[in-house]
Design a protein around this ligand. Sequence first.
Ligand SMILES: NC(=O)c1ccc[n+]([C@@H]2O[C@H](COP(=O)([O-])OP(=O)(O)OC[C@H]3O[C@@H](n4cnc5c(N)ncnc54)[C@H](O)[C@@H]3O)[C@@H](O)[C@H]2O)c1
Length: 313
Amino acid sequence: MANIIVTGGCGFIGANLVPMLRAQGHAVAILDNMSRGSVELLDNPADYEIIEADIRDAAVLDEAFAGRDAVIHLAAYGSVVESVASPEENFSVNAEGTFRVLDAARRQGVGQIVFSSTGGALIGNAEPPVSETSVPRPISPYGASKLAGEGYCCAFAHSYDMSVTALRFANIIGPVSWHKKGAVTAFFKAIMNGDPICIFGDGSATRDFLCVEDLCRGILLALDARRPGFNVYHLASGREVSVRELAELCRKVADAPDHPIVFEPKRAGEVERNFARFDLARRELGFEPEISLEEALERTWEWFVSHPERPGG
Ligand SMILES: NC(=O)c1ccc[n+]([C@@H]2O[C@H](COP(=O)([O-])OP(=O)(O)OC[C@H]3O[C@@H](n4cnc5c(N)ncnc54)[C@H](O)[C@@H]3O)[C@@H](O)[C@H]2O)c1
């Protein structure tokens, strides 16, 4: 049993992850400024020590990290499109914020960090499938800020003998994602609200969708492995799905096969084709996704329908 603090633990991925950490017997604290997430997203908030604070507040981090065995760093400004509109805020939260988290961990002797990086946005428009050997060429401030975060992760692992693992998440979908801005949330919301599904571009752009439960299993594997030095892994499904195909699947899952679809111009910062190989995570961590895209969409839809109060919305 370890004493773990999760930054951004009141967001989509955090709310799915923290009960799994508890189920493994870990003591779990959450540090979140509630800018995007909410305590209401947690099933049993009393199970966690909750610290409402900003990751850029070094003094608060010192206090919050003292005595912890590991930090899982999820807090971020997590949208490509918003990062194009507000690059400075994105830099502040993601690049400076990640530096602050690492630096506080160093000062407090926290030996292990797991960093939530990203696949597509960090690599940019490389020929897919991408992997840990692809050369990163981010085309959005969000992708650049995650690459900067990985740079500091690598530097701190080597300079201060810490175990730092960067996990490059695919596009994550699943329950507790009502407040998110991704395609699945937008498509399901459109269907629920009676608005047309809006696709930016011609629908041929592709993505790699991974169910949040599979992702969280990958995070737990990385935590358990506690590999020395700096390591980076893609956590993905390896399945390339076009946005048009995704819209069709969402209509099917929501039992709205004829729901209208409209097309708008593609947005700056968004990559064209993206999917990732996860062979390294499979080999070194034992990571294997178990939930199909169709099943993940069913679970997401079911959660949306069964949570009419939609916490965090
Ligand atoms: N969801 C995805 O598809 C996806 C894909 C790739 C990477 N990621 C990364 O995974 C992590 C978690 O993403 P998510 O989807 O759960 O997002 P989310 O927005 O639901 O959760 C992020 C949490 O961080 C908190 N936060 C933001 N800024 C903060 C700050 N300055 N100080 C303290 N807390 C702050 C928010 O309040 C929120 O609870 C992020 O780092 C994101 O970049 C997510």
